[in-house]
Ligand binder design. Structure first.
Ligand code: MN
Length: 314
């Protein structure tokens, strides 16, 4: 279906240029100008009709995702590739390009498969009042909703993937972290202890003098039924954090970049386990999940980064 709102931005720019040439340089006759305008409008409508039907509430995202790079999403939150090729056509691998994160949502499970988000010092701040958990309004109406009470009495916490505290600086983005698409059933032991300890440590690294920007991706794999049945809890929760010097471009990632990867079991009794005892490699997470993480990077660099444990760069 063609929607005017989908008209690519390049068409507006070309039209503006045509009118500027006409006004200032008189390069074009009226008839040439008319044909040029008609051509651009037709091309824009054609491109609009073929644009991928991807949810976005970020103005500079997805104007034109190149068709030959289905693997990439134009968002600061997911610079290293779309690990499951999430898109518009699979309800269980459904791409949501949000302002504060990028999500692969799984309608069957009632949770995300993975969420990617960047945390910089500007995202942090003093604690703000907790908003209510709510249904994600960006999901298509045909999806089966998940509500707050689907977690009630399930023995699982409402575990944030993007931590609320990673978005204290911006009320709107903080509210987004309370959408149920950002929530996963986690045992209280996992959610409140090792998982939370890692989140806090990442924020300390982001906040520090000479600190970092953190490019994070987290998700769950494996299936455990929950009491009410709407939700599937993961057997494991994983997270990968790329730490780049503050202000560096995401593309500056290299073989010496510090990367933290963890794979934590979603079980009781791990309150006292330090998060670092769950350290693993990106490659091990790829093997468990079937995803291709860092897929936008050259294969050689992926092999280097994905097969080693965390190293602390200077
Ligand atoms: Mn990979």
């Amino acid at each position: 279906m063609c929607i005017i709102g989908k008209t690519p931005r390049w068409s507006v720019i070309i039209l503006r240029d045509i009118f500027e040439m006409r006004a200032h340089l008189s390069l074009l006759t009226s008839r040439q100008c008319l044909f040029a305008v008609l051509f651009v409008v037709a091309a824009a409508i054609f491109a609009g009709c073929n644009a991928p039907n991807v949810i976005t509430d970020n103005a500079n995202v997805n104007d034109t995702t190149p068709a030959d790079l289905p693997n990439t999403v134009d968002s600061v939150h997911l610079p290293y590739g779309n690990p499951s090729n999430a898109g518009a056509n699979d309800k269980d691998n459904y791409l949501i390009v949000g302002e504060g994160s990028v999500i692969s949502y799984n309608d069957g499970r009632g949770t995300a498969n993975w969420i990617a988000w960047r945390t910089t010092r500007n995202d942090l701040g003093n604690s703000i009042p907790r908003p209510d958990f709510r249904h994600d309004p960006r999901l298509p109406a045909v999806f089966e909703p998940v509500e707050y009470y689907d977690y009630s009495g399930s023995d699982y916490d409402r575990g944030h993937l993007v931590p609320s505290a990673d978005r204290f600086a911006n009320k709107k983005l903080n509210r987004e972290t309370f959408y149920l698409t950002n929530i996963m059933p986690q045992t209280p032991a996992l959610n409140q202890k090792p998982w939370e300890k890692l989140e806090s440590e990442i924020r300390s690294l982001v906040r520090a003098r000479n600190g970092f920007d953190a490019y994070q991706i987290a998700g769950g794999y494996g299936s455990l039924p929950t009491k009410k049945g709407r939700l599937t809890a993961p057997t494991n929760c994983w997270k990968i954090v790329v730490l780049l010097p503050r202000g560096a471009k995401a593309a500056e990632i290299n073989e010496r970049t510090r990367i933290i990867a963890v794979d934590m079991p979603n079980i009781k009794g791990i309150e006292d386990r330090p998060w670092r005892s769950f350290s693993t490699t990106v490659r091990a997470i790829e093997e468990k999940t079937g995803y291709d993480l860092f897929s936008a990077l050259p294969r050689e660099l992926q092999d280097r980064l994905e097969t080693r444990m965390e190293i602390k760069s200077p």
